[in-house]
Structure formats: C-alpha cells, structure tokens
Design a protein around this ligand. Structure first.
Ligand SMILES: [Zn+2]
Length: 229
C-alpha cells in the first residue's frame, strides 16, 4: 500500500491537530522507511521479479523487522515514546498526541495486509504470513489507493480550524506529488535493483515528510489576527 497510508495520516491529523502532518506522514510510512534502511544494511531482503502486474514485481520474502505484526506494535510503542519524550513547550494533550503517533505507525501493518500477498509475518520468517492479496487485481488496488487518499484529504480539509488552516496550493502539491509518483512507479520501468529501491524509498519518504510539514504549517500570530477580523 502506498497512497492509502497517506490517507490515514491526513485523517489522523484532524484527530489531534497539534501533531504535524509531517510527523504523521513519516509515522504511517515508518515501516517502509525502516525497510529501506534494513535493505541497505543487509538485514532484510527483497527480490525483483518480472511480472506483467507492476504491483507484483517485488517479492518480499524477508522483512520481519520492518513488516512483522509484533514489530509493527513495537515500532508503534517506540515511536510514541520518542514523541512523548521529545522536548517541547506545548505539553497540552501530550499523551494523546504521542498515542496517536503510535497508532499511525502501527496502522501500517493492517493497511498493508489488505493488498500484500501472504508475505507479512506475524513475528519471524518462520511464523505464519498473512496478506489478503488485493495487489493481484491492479485496478481494484489503484482505485482503493486513490479512494483512501481522497477520503483522508476530505477529512483533512473539513477539519481545518483557524489555528490549523488548509493551505490549498501546498496541499495540492503534496497530493499531486503522491499520485504522480505512485502512477509513475506503476507505469515506469521496473526497478533495477534492491539497492536502488531502498535508496529511492528512503529519500522519497523523508522528502514527503518535509513537504507535508511545510504544507501543514500552523497559522502564524499575524494570520490568526487576520482571520479573526
Ligand atoms: Zn509497507
């Protein structure tokens, strides 16, 4: 899953507006970010296979540290702890905000479960592996991804407030970038190697985090004063 994770992030943003959308963008994709790092470290492995369906070109045969169910829960707890202990002056609803970040991280697994072939382990590589396999149906997958992103964007726009406004041009840049990269990955050339996949995965996911933080900047005192008039 790709766009669907970002739909979740956009929706969760309105459950707790004090968490930056940039933080949530990285949180929902933390599993894929770690996967990229672990591929480069040689701790996890992927195979690139020729397949007419571009969604089935990667064979995820070894990724229990980033994509196991137990790992997802552990990474969620760790991310919540890091968020909670991060130095900040704004400590209102801090527990709730940290918990939301943990939920965002852990949400990666059940969302991936919808589309992956049965390759998501419960614990290690010898444990049962799950996946509902929607990726076998290219157009169903594309429609689901787009619907989830659109639903998240709708919640995000409707939940805006004076302190947490929508910046339409910036939001459009984020959404168009996501959709363009997603469709480009489907109809572009197959990835040349696992190392290239890992490096581009890391760079792209971090870049999207920065873009989302930029798009979601809270209202400045001057903007608040202007909107209150
Ligand atoms: Zn994933």
């Amino acid at each position: 899953m790709f766009l669907g994770h970002y739909g979740v992030a956009l929706g969760l943003k309105r459950a707790e507006p004090k968490v930056s959308l940039g933080t949530l963008f990285v949180a929902v994709q933390l599993a894929d970010l770690l996967w990229g790092v672990f591929l480069l470290l040689g701790w996890e492995h992927v195979r690139v296979l020729p397949d007419d369906n571009p969604l089935l070109r990667l064979q995820f045969y070894d990724y229990p540290i980033s994509h196991g169910l137990v790992a997802a829960l552990a990474w969620g707890a760790a991310a919540a702890a890091v968020y909670y202990s991060w130095p900040t002056r704004d400590t209102t609803r801090h527990w709730q905000a940290a918990a939301l970040v943990g939920v965002a991280v852990a949400s990666h697994w059940p969302i991936d479960l919808l589309v992956h072939l049965p390759d998501l382990p419960l614990l290690g590589n010898d444990s049962p592996k799950l996946g509902l396999g929607l990726w076998r149906h290219l157009w169903v997958s594309v429609a689901l991804e787009l619907c989830m992103l659109a639903a998240g964007a709708a919640v995000y726009v409707r939940g805006r407030s004076r302190r947490s406004p929508v910046r339409p041009v910036r939001l459009a840049i984020v959404l168009v970038t996501l959709v363009a990269v997603y469709l480009g990955s489907l109809w572009g050339p197959p990835p040349p190697s696992a190392a290239v996949i890992a490096a581009s995965d890391i760079v792209f996911l971090l870049l999207m985090g920065f873009l989302a933080a930029w798009a979601d900047r809270r209202a400045s005192p001057a903007e608040l004063a202007a909107s209150g008039r």
